[in-house]
Design a protein around this ligand. Structure first.
Ligand code: GAL
Length: 411
């Protein structure tokens, strides 16, 4: 009997040895009320790896404005996290991949059978000829206009299909003390700009900007700023101090009629605010972008020198699974890019996004890292400031083109 117990203990010890130990540090900007979806994924990881000390390292600030700076300091200082949030596309490829700071994940994609499960265009976005560089956890849509249906009805307006429609209804809203469109801090203004740009140029024209085939100084591209300026004249004048959540709150409270924001706003309104899509809030493609889906994807990569590499690999393997993705995305407001995603787990908003993702023309987001090098993307914040200070379309266009030349945009 004693021997039997000793054997059991030895087996237990072996099982314990096989179990992952140590730490896992996941770095992201999903802090506070942006956190529940990530937390659900971390909880799943913890369940599967009870021996690992999971550290959720966040730096607050929408769209990663602050996190990217902290990450840079850590990466350059030789102190990388085990895995970090990064936008699929040029934000990763043009920085940490170009600097040879990332591990190639091709073998994980192959061993997990992901080459057939993720859409080819998404795999292309996260690849170079030398490898695949991150695991996408979602697809978010940038070009969405949000509103509260009952409030629009009480003000006697309908969600505008074009920016001209919107401009025409501004006085009606303003005369009732309602801000027609609410915007927040700088990056949310850039976010609005990209929707106005796609409405002005169309999908092809937008792609031409990023390939260098259309200059920012082309009259068509200058026109984006003209329209943008007219829209800003219908917006709140305390934008700089508002986070994207505070801007969303103004729509929900009825201080403002509309907001253009990515569909993390749907995650916020459902998961944090407990609202029902279609009742508590309504949505449509931002004016003039029907049929086009401005996409972005959050992803996680494996930096060279990750202190807990094996645990990080387990993390990457988990977040690419169907279970991982269908745990995370219904809370986040995004959809899973996996072709076998279980849509019944998603709410009415996300189901409509999934439908559009299948049928729309897909283009990439500027602000959220898909289409342009990080060096362009980060300096576009200055272009926005130049515009806000001068309200001069040509000046903003010249500044954008100067930066494009300086960073060899499109090459
Ligand atoms: C985006 C990111 C989203 C969401 C949003 C607001 O850049 O892809 O997942 O976090 O910023 O912070």
């Amino acid at each position: 009997m004693k021997r039997f117990i000793a054997l059991l203990a030895a087996l237990g010890l072996m099982a314990g040895m096989a179990q992952a130990q140590g730490k896992l540090e996941i770095f992201s900007w999903w802090a506070g009320d942006e956190g529940p979806a990530l937390q659900a994924l971390l909880d799943l990881y913890q369940q599967q790896n009870p021996g690992v000390d999971v550290v959720n390292a966040t730096v607050t600030g929408g769209s990663g404005v602050n996190a990217r700076a902290v990450l840079k300091t850590r990466m350059l200082g030789g102190d990388p996290p085990d895995s970090f949030q990064v936008h699929a596309g040029q934000e990763l490829i043009g920085t940490w991949v170009a600097a040879d700071r990332m591990d190639d994940l091709t073998s994980i994609f192959q061993s997990q059978g992901w080459m057939d499960v993720f859409p080819q265009n998404l795999i292309d976005l996260i690849s170079t000829p030398n490898g695949i560089w991150s695991v996408p956890v979602n697809i978010h849509r940038s070009n969405v206009m949000w509103y509260v249906p009952a409030k629009l009805q009480s003000w006697g307006v309908e969600a505008p299909k074009t920016w001209d429609d919107f401009l025409a209804m501004c006085p009606t809203l303003q005369s009732q003390g309602v801000t027609p469109l609410v915007i927040g801090e700088n990056w949310t203004q850039q976010h609005l700009w990209e929707s106005v740009a796609v409405a002005t140029l169309g999908a092809q024209g937008w792609n031409d900007l990023w390939s260098g085939n259309l200059k920012f100084t082309d009259p068509k591209a200058v026109q984006i700023w003209d329209t943008f300026g007219k829209i800003l004249a219908c917006a709140n004048d305390d934008a700089a101090g508002l986070s994207w959540q505070q801007a969303t709150d103004r729509v929900l409270s009825g201080d403002a009629a509309f907001n253009v924001m990515g569909d993390w706003a749907a995650g916020y309104m459902t998961t944090t605010k407990g609202l029902t899509p279609g009742e508590g809030f309504g949505w449509q493609p931002s004016p003039g972008t029907q049929g086009t889906f401005i996409m972005l994807a959050d992803s996680f990569g494996l930096p060279k020198g990750a202190p807990d590499r094996d645990n990080a690999v387990k993390w990457l393997e988990l977040i690419g699974t169907k279970q991982g993705q269908d745990t995370f995305n219904p809370l986040k407001g995004s959809i899973s890019p996996r072709l076998d995603s279980d849509l019944s787990a998603y709410n009415a908003y996300s189901q409509s996004a999934a439908k559009d993702w299948q049928s729309d023309t897909i283009v990439g987001s500027l602000v959220h890292g898909a289409v342009a090098k990080e060096s362009f993307m980060s300096q576009f914040a200055d272009v926005m400031e130049i515009y806000l200070n001068s309200m001069n379309s040509q000046q903003a266009a010249n500044a954008a083109q100067a930066i494009a030349n300086q960073v060899n945009l499109g090459q």
